[in-house]
Design a protein around this ligand. Structure first.
Ligand SMILES: Nc1ncnc2c1ncn2[C@@H]1O[C@H](COP(=O)(O)OP(=O)(O)OP(=O)(O)O)[C@@H](O)[C@H]1O
Ligand SMILES: [Mg+2]
Length: 316
């Protein structure tokens, strides 16, 4: 497998404070590799260091120490830069240009010919579902439309690797799904996608591998299924048909019992307690609706103080 992004011990200190600026660490010895053709999720809460990392990779700022390579080349290699695309976190748009004019401008930056630009603009407007607004000025675009034109400009040079800083931000559920489809279709074309997000469900449905940043530190790195293995083993059993007088029997065996309009949600610490609950459900004439593992919210993953065993494995 070919490594196309290689980040090696990257650190970034920002100088904070007006009178006596002091360095504040935003990124701490980040090392990771991304393979060709994968969708790589870069997860982290607000302020974790995602945008900082992406800006360093895009040479929009210098690292304090460490280095990175893209497509085997130093990050400031101009030939390499022609083969990558970037969607910034807060893209700045030329408000008075139409969608078409804006993409045309982006195409010119990459030196595309007139014909190539026209072809590419039409393809991209279709891809991001904005062909209906091709001649509309960007100042008249909604937030979601701006996000999609931002994605289109990141693809104008038909890049081998696409870097996206929160590509789903500002999109409604349908827009999110469409962006997921775009990201999948890019992978089908053999491209590598590196995108940041703070939303676990986005990476769950998309990513081959992920890195999780917590306050500048790498808190997890690997396949999502392996990361999930390191989560809590709590299970949730949904049950119907249990009368109120029998509730205490369940409360005695469960970690938590919640009564909802559709029945009971019973939480147990792990799988070994399932049989006990099933016996009770049968005994008191209930009906099992579902048994599911409770997924630890991403926020919980961020705030865990100790690095998971997976992280340690992945880092050695
Ligand atoms: N220009 C700057 N000067 C000083 N500190 C900064 C600067 N930019 C970012 N930081 C700090 O660096 C840390 C990482 O910020 P960064 O923007 O990389 O986080 P992020 O993961 O992208 O967060 P978000 O999800 O909110 O976009 C934060 O603590 C932030 O306050
Ligand atoms: Mg950010």
């Amino acid at each position: 497998m070919k490594t196309v992004i290689e980040i090696d011990n990257l650190c970034k200190d920002y100088m904070v404070g007006f009178w006596r600026p002091k360095p504040q660490r935003a990124l701490n010895n980040l090392s990771l590799q991304v393979n060709e053709g994968e969708i790589f999720g870069f997860l982290g809460g607000n302020g974790a260091g995602k945008t900082t990392t992406l800006k360093i990779l895009m040479t929009l700022m210098f690292p304090t120490s460490g280095s990175a390579k893209i497509l085997g080349k130093s990050i400031d290699d101009l030939e390499m830069r022609k083969q990558i695309g970037y969607l910034p976190e807060a893209p700045y748009f030329y408000d008075y240009l139409t969608a078409k004019e804006f993409l045309d401008y982006c195409g010119k930056i990459f030196g595309l010919s007139n014909d190539a630009r026209n072809r590419r603009i039409n393809e991209l407007l279709k891809l991001v579902d904005l062909d209906f607004a091709a001649d509309r000025q960007l100042r008249k675009f909604s937030k979601g439309m701006l996000q999609r034109i931002g994605i289109a400009q990141a693809l104008v040079n038909d890049p081998k690797i696409v870097f996206m800083d929160e590509p789903m931000s500002g999109l409604d559920p349908i827009g999110r799904r469409e962006v997921r489809e775009i990201i999948r279709s890019l992978r089908e074309q053999g491209k590598t996608i590196f995108f940041s997000t703070h939303i676990l469900s986005d990476v769950e449905v998309l990513c081959d591998r992920v890195a999780i940043l917590r306050k500048g530190d790498l808190a997890g790195y690997g396949k999502l299924s392996e990361l999930e293995g390191s989560r809590d083993a709590t299970m949730e059993i949904s049950v119907q048909g249990i009368s109120n007088e029998n509730l205490p029997h369940f409360c005695a065996k469960a970690q938590k019992v919640v009564q909802t309009a559709s029945g009971l949600q019973i939480q147990i610490p792990d799988q070994s307690h399932i049989d006990e609950i099933l016996l009770l459900v049968r005994k008191y004439d209930g009906k099992i609706i579902s048994i599911n593992p409770v997924k630890t919210a991403l926020e919980d993953f961020f705030v865990k103080e100790k690095t998971s065993s997976l992280t340690k494995q992945a880092l050695v």
